[in-house]
Design a protein around this ligand. Sequence first.
Ligand SMILES: Cc1ncc(COP(=O)(O)O)c(C=O)c1O
Length: 379
Amino acid sequence: MTRSHIYLSRPHVSPRERELLLDAFDSNWVAPLGPHVDAFEKETAAYIGRGYGCALSSGTAAVHLGLKLLGVGEGDEVFVSTLTFAGSVNPICYLGARPVLIDSEPETWNMDPNLLETLLKESAAKGRLPKAVIPVDLYGQCCRWEEIIEICARYDVPILEDSAEAQGAEYKGRRAGRFGRVSILSFNGNKIVTSGGGGMLLTDDEKSARKVRFWATQSRDPAPYYQHSELGYNYRMSNLCAAVGRGQLEWIDRRIARRREIFSYYKNALGGIPGISFMEEPNGGDWFSNKWLTCILVDPRKFGADREAIRLALAADDIEARPIWKPMHLQPFYAKCRRATVGVSDRIFRDGLCLPSCSDMTEDDLGRIVKVIEGCRTS
Ligand SMILES: Cc1ncc(COP(=O)(O)O)c(C=O)c1O
């Protein structure tokens, strides 16, 4: 019997996305912009509880323009979580600024508020505060927002929240994307809501939203000819992509419910095995994760095999699993950056594995994955 490939996180689309896409196509609002872009911005901002959304070509573009909005420029420092995808950090360099990398704390896997505070104190003493801080809501789990917001407010440093992976996640009843002065989302193909590629910047300030849309359309001045009095970017989302994104947004709560079921399936099946632990919501009920990806840590001494052995065994069975993001301070390009690291993200990277978490997986798929992982234990 041939077995189908199991993906880590593939798009899960429905006839509704097709219907909206055809509407965009048939109305000839193909690109650029159009009514679906306007509606997607309003619907996404309303879902999260923000004033305005600016639909862009990627989450990375949203980080870039968000930092520009916060005034980041040549020679500035920007504090950022080290355990993240490069899209959180590269835009700092696009602006000629310098990333300062901050380690995770072991419970949420997100930016450690104590390290953030120590580093801000040091920087304040030198009279060189960062221009912005970028905490990342990793794998769909919110940061310790209360602490982080309080610390940044004390030093009057604005927050850019990278909630690229966390659409629909909550902290103390507020959705991810509500916490930064500027927040961003990604609609990349592997995200719970995909537009086939895209991102959004979220803000409560109308003037900022207008500025971001202006920069994202090549900073074209209002003139009958093409006139530019500022540097611009080609970063707007097309109407076709926005139509798909709108359809996806209608499904978000069901998709998250399924991802959470998948997490519970893995937890029930593997949680009792010595050496396997999960990225969990901290106790106390303040966190609601969207469980974008189910992530495990493997202690090779207790389990009998390391995470790489598990990943390879899954790959041999045509199942895609991936190591946790390699922290930025371990990346050759960022190795020389200033940083506050204490080994937490190193360990999460060394022992961590993302398991397939597609919302359209069947119970058979899940059973097949669990069997391979259990098999590694005795092999
Ligand atoms: C944490 C994080 N930040 C930023 C991005 C960048 O988003 P995009 O791929 O849409 O540019 C991604 C992912 O794709 C991400 O996971």
